[in-house]
Design a protein around this ligand. Structure first.
Ligand code: AHM
Ligand code: MG
Length: 284
């Protein structure tokens, strides 16, 4: 696993250079979910594919930017699912963006996720990873000499920030009531439109909630299970928080039927997720 995480650190430096110097324009291509692809999405995907393809023990890779799985070594144990550039719609505004990796042993699903990692391209490049285990191994590195900053990042019982995703106009009334109730309790809004910086912010501040609900325009939410939701679910649970769907199920119990399946998702510290369950009429 160390070799894979080391490769992700090298990828981080290459993709950061692309973000800083690459062409931010649109290509003529669309990805499997129908999103228009930036030239940067394609370039980042290519760098990551090249780098992961050179590794031993990788059975296959599945990119958010590609329709099909790429089989590398049918006898190897790991499938790596990745979102090469999460937040493509805000990169032109010079906001922070990220990349997300889920390393699965066997058929990719919540139960087979063994390691999750994300890169944040911000003032510093950071890599946060969690290896499943008892206890899970949590690591937060900052680029420079990839100094290990924190191996204990944990959420408190309750945070102060609220990151509500999606378009309010389409939210169900119970979700709107829940979001409003947190603001009425004094929560502050922190939402950039990039899943990686928005969730990293909650981790660094030690709590709060990020929600992407089922809404009338997106009944299954927007965020993809394999590339975005499951890796962050592992990271939030390992940090002492919760990660659930709109039925109150642990996200790590989900198994997508198709590689690009999405799900409504909620990540946060215990107080906020329990409040959400109550507002949704779910068992706590
Ligand atoms: P992308 O993969 O096209 O960048 O979309 C994913 C992004 C996430 O980073 C973010 O949490 C979400 O879309 C924001 O969506 P919205 O603007 O609907 O709140
Ligand atoms: Mg994405």
């Amino acid at each position: 696993m160390k070799t894979i995480l080391d490769a992700i650190k090298t990828i981080a430096v290459s993709v950061d250079a692309l973000i800083k110097e690459g062409d931010l324009g649109y290509s003529t291509e669309h990805n499997a979910t129908g999103d228009a692809q930036l030239k940067l999405d394609i370039a980042a995907d290519r760098v990551i594919e090249e780098s992961l393809s050179a590794l031993a023990r990788v059975r296959s890779i599945i990119s958010e930017e590609k329709e099909n799985e790429l089989i590398l070594d049918p006898k190897a144990p790991y499938t790596i699912c990745y979102d090469p550039l999460d937040g493509s719609s805000i990169v032109d505004a010079n906001f922070s963006v990220g990349a997300i990796f889920g390393i699965y042993e066997g058929e990719p699903a919540g139960a087979s996720l063994v390691t999750a990692a994300y890169i944040l391209f911000g003032r510093h490049i950071e890599m946060v990873s969690v290896e499943r285990g008892n206890p899970p191994m949590r690591q937060r590195f900052v680029h420079g000499r990839w100094q290990l900053m924190d191996r204990k990042f944990m959420l408190k019982e309750k945070g102060r920030h609220n990151a509500p995703g999606g378009t309010q106009q389409y939210w169900p009334p119970h979700h709107k009531a829940f979001v409003d109730s947190l603001f009425a309790e004094g929560y502050r809004l922190r939402y950039s439109g990039g899943m990686v910086p928005d969730l990293h912010h909650l981790i660094v501040k030690g709590g709060g909630i990020f929600s992407y609900p089922a809404a009338s325009d997106l009944p299954n939410g927007k965020l993809r299970q394999l590339f975005e939701v499951l890796p962050f679910a592992l990271i939030f649970e390992a940090a002492g928080g919760q990660a659930i769907d709109h039925h109150g199920r642990r996200l790590l119990e989900l198994a997508p039927r198709h590689h690009h399946d999405t799900t409504p998702c909620f990540f946060g510290s215990n107080y906020e997720i329990n409040a959400l369950k109550k507002a949704y009429g779910l068992a706590t």
